[in-house]
Design a protein around this ligand. Structure first.
Ligand code: NAD
Ligand code: IPM
Ligand code: MN
Length: 347
């Protein structure tokens, strides 16, 4: 019997509401497959921080590392100063587990309400660098809280870090039908980091002659995401640009509640972590109205990553089927959507 040992971190806000739905679908898809699911739940997030002052202890981290994968809901709460949980929990996990690929696919399911008048076919994946850039915490402030304050955040881009994520993106593009890769950056202004990314893409492209490469400045890319999203296949970009672009990608393909992501450690040295792109949504938390589909699709990404392709496809097909029922229907609760997808997956 195969076993999946899964670390589950529901986190804060709607994370606690959408994770049970993802688990519901995971249980349903694994039923009768002979795959045994073993879970460990972690109470990380705002409540634990208030209670103990801890975000993620070394013991938590060591224990989480012992699993095959991690499913995370979302972290962040208005009662906790901004950045404490985001950096101390989420980014600490991404950095410590060397999740250098942040994989964020976007697909448009026909009929799903979208702000675009004519969405056309949308099927692209953003390969966002996950361990460098402006996220490194490389900065500081001097003369704090005076009129002379100077705050800096320095973006760190290493040749090693850029090349490994660019290689991953090329390999991904090479096996997709369109075989197209777009580098998104801002090398007209960020000349040092931009040039490193540009030269790296150029150098790696020699190994992938079948992949067609182009480039868009990030500001223009936000236009194309709305006016012509069908032009994108694989996008490779840095940590912050990828963060911003993927919220927009979620919005144009039917809402942030549909956007899933995988924080991947391609070497397999550490478990990869799967989560919705969205956050803890304090504005709707506790109402049972958050869309759990992003978390369900994160479960599909996880199954695919763990080598359970058939199960992953069954989850995606069940989501696709559920999407078709959404056209013109009244809105459903979080658990109604989870139940419907779990039922479809079991059929
Ligand atoms: P958010 O993604 O939580 O919410 C943005 C908007 O999208 C809100 O209007 C929210 O109601 C809506 N939304 C989000 N998920 C939804 C869902 N599943 N169904 C329906 N609507 C949904 O972003 P924010 O408001 O900027 O951040 C809130 C908190 O979450 C902050 O503390 C932030 O740091 C944190 N955050 C965490 C993660 C993460 O854990 N990966 C990601 C983003 C933000
Ligand atoms: C995301 C979030 C995180 C990010 C924050 C909460 C650290 O916005 O997963 O997209 O910026 O990566
Ligand atoms: Mn984000």
């Amino acid at each position: 019997m195969t076993t999946i040992s899964l670390a589950v971190i529901p986190g804060d806000g709607i994370g606690k509401e959408v994770v049970p739905e993802g688990m519901k679908v995971l249980d349903a898809v694994l039923k009768g497959t002979g795959v045994d699911l073993v879970t460990s739940y972690y109470d990380l997030g705002a409540e634990r921080w208030h209670r103990t002052g801890e975000t993620l202890t070394d013991d938590d981290l060591e224990s989480i590392k012992q699993h095959d994968a991690i499913l995370l809901g979302s972290v962040g709460d208005p009662s906790v100063p901004s950045g404490i949980l985001e950096r101390g929990l989420l980014l600490r996990l991404r950095f410590a587990l060397d999740h250098y690929v942040n994989l964020r696919p976007s697909r448009y399911y026909p009929g799903v309400p979208t702000p675009l008048a004519d969405p056309g076919e949308i099927d692209f994946v953003v390969v966002r660098e996950g361990t460098e850039g402006l996220y490194c915490g490389n900065g500081g402030t001097v003369r704090a809280e005076t009129p002379q304050e100077i705050a800096t955040e320095v973006s760190v881009n290493t040749a090693f870090g850029v090349e490994r994520v660019v290689r991953y993106a090329f390999a991904k593009a090479a096996v997709r039908p369109a075989r197209h890769l777009t580098l998104v950056h801002k090398h007209n202004v960020l000349v040092y980091a931009g040039d490193l990314w540009r030269r790296t893409v150029e150098a790696v492209s020699v190994d992938y002659p079948e992949v067609q490469v182009d480039y868009a400045h990030v500001d223009a890319a936000t236009i194309y995401m709305v006016t012509d999203p069908g032009r994108f296949d694989v996008i490779v970009t840095d940590n912050l640009f990828g963060d911003i672009l993927t919220d927009e990608a979620g919005a144009v393909t039917g809402g942030i509640g549909l956007a899933a992501s995988g924080n991947i450690n391609p070497t397999g040295d550490f478990p990869s972590m799967f989560e919705p792109v969205h956050g803890s949504a304090p504005d709707i938390a506790g109402q049972g109205i958050a869309d759990p589909t992003a978390t369900v699709l994160a479960v599909a990404l996880m199954l695919d990553h763990l080598g359970h392709q058939k199960a992953a496809q069954r989850v995606e097909a069940a989501v696709e089927q559920d999407m078709r029922t959404r056209v013109g229907t009244v809105s459903r609760s979080t658990s109604d959507i989870g139940d419907a997808i779990a039922e479809a997956v079991g059929r």
